[in-house]
Design a protein around this ligand. Structure first.
Ligand SMILES: Cc1cc2nc3c(=O)[nH]c(=O)nc-3n(C[C@H](O)[C@H](O)[C@H](O)COP(=O)(O)O)c2cc1C
Length: 162
């Protein structure tokens, strides 16, 4: 199926069909999310997979009690980072350079410039930046779900999940 055909098939599901989504498909959806482009590759979010019924019931009220949260087999939470830290940025570049077989200092000039920009911004600006990156991944994930014919409902929650 082409992406366009999958997107024509997709809609925001209001009532789940009670069939659990196969783990293999969930894994593919998460992998698609993690392959999404993000600003400087920072990936400033976590994808949390909630299958525990009790936990889904606890989360439901902040999603206005919508039944899909409780009735879904998998609730994927795209949680944006509240802010960036120097250590976090270092960790991303160390991992990236290691995976590419480059010396750890290969991207130092770029990293210094990036830190100067990001760490001088307010926490609110950085949270909004992180949330935009999470949305890119979320969009890719929902498209992959459609390609796999997995029902989904996008939802937005601005409350911190603590
Ligand atoms: C950020 C975001 C939040 C949304 N929140 C909800 C929601 O809380 N409940 C719901 O049923 N649909 C939600 N939707 C789905 C939209 O209402 C839906 O995508 C839109 O009406 C178009 O319909 P379709 O996706 O079925 O084509 C949300 C979509 C987005 C992108």
């Amino acid at each position: 199926m082409s992406l366009l055909d999958a997107l024509k098939w997709r809609y925001a599901v209001k009532k789940m069909n009670g069939q659990p989504v196969e783990q293999e498909k969930v894994d593919q959806i998460i992998q698609a999310a993690l392959l999404a482009p993000t600003s400087s590759g920072l990936q400033p979010f976590k994808v949390i997979v909630v299958t525990n019924q009790e936990l889904k019931e606890k989360i439901a009220p902040i999603a206005y009690g919508q039944a899909q949260v409780i009735d879904s087999s998998h609730l994927l939470v795209f949680a944006a980072q509240e802010n960036y830290t120097e250590e976090g940025i270092d960790a991303v570049f160390n991992r990236m350079n290691t995976e590419r077989g480059l010396p750890l200092d290969a991207t130092d000039a770029y990293k210094t410039q990036l830190k100067g920009m990001i760490l001088s911004r307010s926490a609110e600006e950085n949270f909004n930046h992180a949330a935009r990156q999470a949305y890119i991944a979320f969009g890719i994930a929902i498209a992959e779900a459609a390609l796999l014919k997995v029902d989904s409902t996008p939802m937005e929650v601005l409350t911190a999940l603590r």
